[in-house]
Design a protein around this ligand. Sequence first.
Ligand code: G1P
Length: 302
Amino acid sequence: MNTLKIGGRIRTAVFPVAGLGTRFLPATKASPKEMLPVVDKPLIQYAVEEALAAGVETLVFVTNRNKRAIEDHFDRVYELENELLEREKPDLLDQVKDILPRSASAIYIRQQAALGLGHAVLCAAPVVGREPFFVVLADDLIDSPPASGNVLEQLLGIHERHGGSVVALERVPREHASRYGIIQPEKIGERLYGIQSIVEKPDPGQAPSDLAVIGRYLLMPEIMECLEKTGRGRGGEIQLTDALGQLLATEQVLGYAFDGTRYDCGDKLGYLEACVELGLKHPQLSREFKEYLIRRVPLLEP
Ligand code: G1P
């Protein structure tokens, strides 16, 4: 049983999708990295399904002019639906028709300038209002055991017990510290840490620990005031990490080392791993795909 599924308490999720996807060129030259498919669904759909399962009703996409495909993906396509109806393909029809339930609303906000993740979250402030909200980075695809609930549900469980903002954490090799926000932790309990300080993409020698922030955040609305005051940081961008650092001065911020496996799908190797693992779990493909791998793997040379 899923004991952490509380749902409905956090109504809004923000999906910053205006990034350039430079680590995945040339695939991302003309189409958004969030539309890269893992088996048969784009990354953004996995992220949206995770938020909906955690009880979210309002989906806020912070986009730019090259991301129209995301808007189209969550819209209805009547010509395609009619065609599938006429060809008597009810399964396919269900898959394209009900990507978003009627109870959910999708809101698209343009990020006018590429000023970073913090700026993207701040763009969503008029929609978020004075309530806690989630931030979901779709290129971190996370597969969690059903018994633990998805990562957003896990963060929600911690928030309900302890209050305040909660970010997802994962231990990373020290030499990878410069890819992540890294925290200085104070251990509170099983998987749970108080955040003493946080630094965006430190040099490995300067990293305060090996606990990295992964792309799932449950944030108190006060983060918006912090973001308004945050100047440009690492890479000349307004960093969410720096705003969290400010929030720490007035409020507790917790980190939770989530239960699940993360695939960094903004990276070519992480993406390939996700395709293999989710292919092996896919209800229609798993058997044949596994048979293929069993035939193929012994032929590999080290
Ligand atoms: C962003 C955040 C970083 C975080 C990471 C998680 O970086 O700035 O703090 O650790 O997401 O994926 P990005 O990957 O967008 O460069």
